[in-house]
Design a protein around this ligand. Sequence first.
Ligand SMILES: [Zn+2]
Length: 114
Amino acid sequence: MSSEIVEMHLKLLFDLDNLLNDIDEPKYKKIGFKVEQEEKQSLIRTRNALLKKLPRDMADVYERLKERYQRAIAPVDKGFCFGCFQRLPTELLTQTKGMITCPNCGRILYWRKK
Ligand SMILES: [Zn+2]
């Protein structure tokens, strides 16, 4: 699996998790944002299928981080991790292969496309 595809999967997963999170937010329910149980189940199924497509170690890290932070992934911008707003070491910024995580908060990092 190429790193671009992995990144795409991660972002999709992240969006789905945010959506699922919003569905359960009381304030969303209050403004009449209602989602049928069936739709929610289908979102969860899509999410699980996505998770299965990711490399096993990454899926594990993602799940663990989600438990801890809600936001398991963070964009990198101008050399900063946007999860914890710490400057990242230069050697990390030039790394192009594999899963890159923030040494400070542990979130999976991805690069914003210019
Ligand atoms: Zn961080």
